[in-house]
Design a protein around this ligand. Structure first.
Ligand code: NAP
Length: 280
């Protein structure tokens, strides 16, 4: 517990519905780990109350906020500055202060990129499956990494075309996506996620094989059908928890200047999500 003489620094997450977010667990653990007097809360804020919440941020001196669905675009008009990265993605998932100004950033991009910086031999081509916010963050991240050939595909073709236009990348028809799966393949849809989509894969059977890298942004369950099929066919795989941890690391760094330790932080998340005994 922080000393009563040291003012507690206030952080939290807004969204609606918030459901069970892992962010309070991870960030509060981080404050404890570094001995910082911070507390991170969950604030369910309904659509239509964002303006009120943003007044509270300034009034109460809230030092940092994670922003999730459905507020990632709405908060942009209430901050003083938006980073180029968040503007390109069209979404803010983090609020932080610098030199008296309230900034909006998108740390999903840094989170997406983090595990790709660690693999050797990143393929020169990438296919992003999906056309929502996560797909936009992925395409922005691939651009930052300098991947020479980037393709997008989406069930609703117009959204893929718009994403391709916005970022100047290629667009492939949904039914032809298996033909572009020779390099990095990113699942940015909810297919495979626990619940009604569990067991489903975003890619046709046998399309992701040896030489490819399958990166699933879904992190519950740990091993999705997409990753299981790809690994069985000889592809390398990247589970989605690495991105979740990476975006939180970047948030914590923006708020405190401290780097959440990877091994302990990932272990905490794996235990909370999957129970004990799951590999990296
Ligand atoms: P979103 O904005 O709602 O977009 C979802 C996308 O998935 C849309 O393009 C949608 O296609 C497509 N889709 C949904 N159901 C589908 C189906 N049955 N068949 C084919 N396509 C389908 O969601 P998002 O924020 O981008 O998130 C996408 C996924 O990424 C989620 O599973 C989320 O949990 C995950 N994610 C993970 C992290 C992380 O840190 N690991 C971060 C962000 C998101 P249409 O356009 O045709 O509807």
């Amino acid at each position: 517990m922080p000393s009563p003489l040291i003012p507690t620094r206030l952080f939290g997450i807004i969204g609606h519905p918030l459901g069970h977010s892992l962010s309070p667990l991870l960030h509060n653990w981080g404050f404890g780990h570094f001995g910082l007097p911070g507390v991170y809360m969950a604030w369910p804020v309904a659509a239509g109350r964002v303006a009120d919440f943003m007044t509270a941020v300034r009034l109460l001196g809230i030092e940092g906020v994670s922003v999730t669905i459905p507020h990632k675009a709405a908060v942009m008009e209430y901050v003083d500055e938006v980073t180029d990265r968040a503007r390109a993605v069209g979404a803010v998932n983090t609020l932080f202060w610098r030199d008296g100004k309230l900034w909006g950033e998108n740390t999903d991009v840094a989170g997406f990129v983090a595990p790709l910086r660690e693999i050797s031999g990143l393929p020169g081509t990438a296919l992003v499956v999906g056309g929502g916010g996560a797909a936009r963050a992925a395409v922005a991240g691939l651009g930052e990494l300098g991947v020479p050939e980037i393709w997008v595909t989406n069930r609703t073709a117009e959204k893929a075309r718009e994403l391709a236009r916005d970022f100047g990348v290629g667009c492939v028809a949904w039914e032809d996506r298996g033909e572009r799966a020779g390099g990095l393949v990113v699942n940015a849809t909810p297919l495979g996620m626990l619940g009604k989509n569990e067991g489903l894969s975003p890619m046709p059977a046998g399309s992701v094989g040896a030489g490819a890298v399958a990166y699933d942004l879904v992190y519950n369950p740990h091993e999705t059908a997409f990753l299981r099929d790809a690994a069985a066919a000889g592809a390398r795989v990247i589970p989605g928890l690495a991105m979740f941890f990476g975006q939180a690391v970047e948030q914590f760094r923006l708020w405190t200047g401290c780097e959440l330790p990877r091994a302990e932080g990932m272990a905490l998340l794996r235990k909370a999500l999957y129970g004990e005994g799951v590999g990296a």
